[in-house]
Design a protein around this ligand. Structure first.
Ligand SMILES: [Zn+2]
Length: 447
């Protein structure tokens, strides 16, 4: 995933102090090191970058009452359950989601936590992430527009805007690390047009820019959100973002499904990024994001697993595959099989891998991750090619990792440290974690 898109047979990495020191054919690398990992017969990829998630939702996966509903109904079913979460629940669910992500090749994950019931804080997520070892873009989400003011969430889960801003500032000061190799960065992330006020959007943007942190929100996810924005603000979602000052390379939007050509150009001109979440968009019947058109307009696009109550998994390599397949569905809908245009190509496995690595890094504004190059973070994952899933696919192992059944990876290394080793999560006692997680999920769903 370097600028030349090199693929190095018999290649290797030499890493030092958490960064890549040399990359090339193994025969040209130093013969000794403090630790040598022999990955003969494995394929090594740059660590995947997850640009949108709600870790806490791993506690409410496949809830029967929310299985077959659209976004607004799904949210209204789940808000009261989420309102019962504690600090411990945030901690446990973060570790579960990050373990799943690590096992699917992810090394950096953004998370969007936007409700803080019963004294829970973003700190609970950050501490949990530090133990697992993945890099995290922890988004201080927020909701301030409750039902009584015309918003979607019940008043019981919204916060006062002054305390949101105060807590956002505290988190930036306490945790945000702007340096290359950062393990924790803070993002400000009012939840969505239908759950915060325009005033909070503006104030959050002002605060974020004062400290140089990024901004994130859900946008143009569904058609009913578009109607909501037109009725409430007199703008389509993208126009509303322009009005509240949410344009720039420091802004990325989750979903961005319902956009027209002019709005795609607005994103391109302002360097806004998009977190594409194909499984969630399919699961909630939200629609299909125009990823090929974003790419053609040079908009930065990354991938996100979203959820995990709208996916309901955190497998990022599987999401790479979904992105490729859904882009092809979209081409089919728009007459691909009838087209005689030889230049009209389907989205390739390599392109979607790019979205999952360099694309995601660009969306998050991180130049230190996303490729295996000298000076970048020593973040990679490796898959043993001798397995049923890849049997018969030896001609092109890079594509096989996307075209074939998505697998759990054998190694995930972040900053030169193992997070997954020999196919198992290395940094947490996983049977114990699953047990705690299931107990917490059961408690939450009992009314
Ligand atoms: Zn989301």
């Amino acid at each position: 995933m370097d600028d030349r898109q090199r693929e190095i047979p018999e290649g290797g990495l030499f890493m030092k102090d958490g960064f890549i020191d040399q990359v090339g054919p193994s025969s040209e690398l130093p013969e000794t090191a403090d630790e040598v990992l022999d990955l003969k017969n494995y394929i090594v990829f740059p660590g995947l970058v997850n640009t949108h998630h709600h870790f806490y939702q791993t506690l409410t996966r496949a809830i029967p009452a929310a299985q077959d509903a659209n976004l607004f109904t799904w949210l209204k079913t789940l808000y009261p359950i989420w309102a019962r979460m504690t600090a411990e629940d945030i901690f446990i669910s973060t570790q579960t989601a990050l373990s799943e992500l690590a096992l699917s090749g992810c090394t950096t994950a953004s998370d969007h936590l936007y409700l803080f019931p019963n004294g829970s804080k973003l700190d609970d997520e950050i501490f949990a992430a530090m133990e697992i070892g993945l890099r995290i873009q922890a988004s201080r989400g927020s909701m301030s527009l409750g039902e009584s003011k015309g918003g979607l969430p019940p008043d019981s889960v919204v916060e006062n805007e002054d305390s949101i801003l105060k807590d956002s500032q505290r988190l930036i000061q306490e945790y945000h690390d702007p340096k290359p190799g950062a393990k924790v960065q803070i993002v400000l992330a009012p939840c969505s047009p239908f759950s915060v006020t325009g005033e909070l959007m503006k104030q959050s943007a002002g605060l974020a820019r004062e400290y140089g942190v990024h901004l994130h929100t859900h946008l143009a996810e569904t058609e009913d959100e578009e109607q909501f924005c037109l009725e409430k603000f007199g703008h389509r979602p993208v126009g509303y973002m322009q009005e509240v000052g949410w344009m720039g390379a420091d802004v990325w939007f989750a979903h961005a499904v319902w956009v027209n050509d002019e709005e795609i150009q607005t994103f391109a001109k302002n360097r806004c990024g998009v977190a594409h979440c194909p499984s969630s968009n399919m699961r909630l019947a939200s629609g299909i994001a125009p990823v090929m058109r974003y790419r053609a307009a040079d908009v930065n696009v990354g991938l996100g697993v979203d959820g995990s109550a709208s996916n309901d998994g955190s497998h990022l390599l599987a999401e790479v595959r979904q992105a490729m397949l859904l882009a092809r569905v979209n081409e089919g809908i728009h007459g691909y099989s009838l087209s005689n245009d030889v230049n009209r190509k389907l989205m390739t496995a390599r392109e979607t891998l790019y979205l999952g690595t360099r694309g995601g890094a660009a969306v998050l504004g991180r130049g230190d991750i996303g490729s295996l190059e000298i000076g970048k973070c020593a973040d990679f994952f490796a898959i043993n090619l001798n397995r049923f899933e890849f049997a018969g696919a030896q001609l092109d192992p890079v594509s096989a990792a996307v075209f074939c059944q998505p697998v759990n990876v054998d190694y995930t290394v972040v900053g030169g440290k193992f997070v997954v080793k020999d196919g198992r999560i290395f940094t947490v006692d996983h049977p114990k974690l699953i047990e705690k997680h299931n107990k917490a999920a059961k408690r939450l769903s009992q009314v």
